[in-house]
Design a protein around this ligand. Structure first.
Ligand code: HEC
Ligand code: HEC
Ligand code: HEC
Ligand code: HEC
Ligand code: HEC
Length: 192
């Protein structure tokens, strides 16, 4: 069956990718564990209740990342690099024109696809308006998605599992990494 084939191919790809990543990550891991030995976690967990918001579709990172998909298949970082994108519905339909088409959630997905409107995902992480934020500088500095967003591959629903949007956390991580901590790094005032 087509669906089984897709899943099998994805699993094989995941296994190959996993092995490659493991090899590539080994020296870095060793390096990191010495560099951060005894240091506090760079981004602490969110101590507040963090219920996932009601989303238009029950999309699960856990289900999809288990297929071996990469973050970059769905989240890119276009110029000027401040924001990440959400996937076009056509990315989903690359599989879901044939996968799980009998499920009500996938029928709803197909309706969104037909409408040509983007899926109205409810946002999970948000930095207070007016604060300077950029993904690009962090990605260029080698900070991993999981450092700021938690173990996404284990999440059946996305919620704000870390406190990455709070000022104290931004500043303490900047201190740990020798990144700038003067107010003007993140605030445009005083304008002069
Ligand atoms: C097949 C597509 C797909 C892949 C692959 C994927 N995502 Fe997502 N991601 C989504 C969709 C759809 C949403 C919106 C729904 C939700 O929040 O669950 C989302 C939402 C998110 C959000 C919440 C953003 C916000 O503030 O609203 C984060 C963080 C995120 N993804 C991180 C990741 C990371 C890290 C990876 C790789 C480990 C990844 N995603 C892989 C499709 C994907
Ligand atoms: C690489 C192929 C692939 C891509 C791309 C993909 N999916 Fe899936 N999706 C699957 C598979 C496989 C399942 C598991 C199907 C099952 O359990 O019957 C699934 C399950 C789902 C389910 C749960 C269906 C149910 O009710 O049980 C939803 C909802 C879903 N996907 C939405 C999406 C959305 C939204 C996107 C785009 C952001 C997307 N998928 C992209 C392969 C994919
Ligand atoms: C240094 C911490 C950090 C790293 C690293 C990071 N993010 Fe984010 N992410 C954030 C913050 C903070 C926000 C909220 C930004 C805002 O208000 O727009 C966010 C928002 C998002 C969003 C919602 C859209 C947007 O840009 O606002 C997605 C999707 C996302 N991140 C995915 C990822 C993925 C995928 C990676 C890895 C490639 C990643 N993030 C790496 C901190 C981070
Ligand atoms: C996981 C650690 C970490 C977290 C969390 C973090 N940062 Fe950073 N930030 C860095 C690193 C590392 C750099 C790169 C410094 C460099 O390139 O010299 C950086 C760079 C920046 C820059 C660019 C500075 C410049 O002048 O080039 C801005 C703006 C910034 N961060 C804002 C924020 C804000 C706002 C938050 C919280 C919402 C935040 N950061 C959270 C580690 C972090
Ligand atoms: C590394 C980034 C970063 C640096 C450096 C930083 N802030 Fe912030 N600041 C933030 C973030 C993020 C918020 C929003 C926090 C929230 O919503 O919980 C914030 C919020 C604030 C607010 C609340 C009002 C507003 O503008 O949203 C004040 C006041 C403030 N910061 C003052 C300062 C002062 C004074 C300094 C210098 C001593 C400073 N900040 C340095 C990231 C930073």
């Amino acid at each position: 069956m087509r669906r089984e084939r897709i899943v099998r191919v994805a699993r094989l790809a995941a296994a190959a990718l996993g092995a490659a990543l493991l090899l590539a990550a080994l020296p870095l891991r060793a390096q990191q564990s010495t560099a951060t030995a005894g240091a506090e976690k760079q981004v602490p967990d969110n101590p507040a209740a963090h219920m996932p918001p009601a989303q238009p579709l029950p999309y699960s990172h856990q289900t999809h990342l288990a297929l071996g998909l990469e973050c970059s298949m769905c989240h890119t970082n276009p110029e000027p690099g401040n924001l990440m994108t959400f996937p076009a519905t056509s990315v989903c339909m690359g599989c879901h024109t044939t996968v799980a088409t009998n499920k009500p959630s996938i029928q709803k997905l197909a309706t969104f696809a037909k409408s040509g409107q983007p899926i109205p995902w409810v946002r999970v992480y948000a930095v207070t308006k007016g604060v300077n934020w950029t993904h690009r500088k962090h990605l260029d500095a080698g900070v991993k998605c999981e450092t700021c967003h938690g173990q996404v591959a284990d999440m059946a629903t996305m919620s704000q599992t870390t406190s990455v949007t709070s000022m104290g956390v931004c500043i303490s991580c900047h201190k740990l990494n020798n990144a700038p901590t003067v107010c003007q790094t993140c605030h445009s005032w005083p304008a002069n």
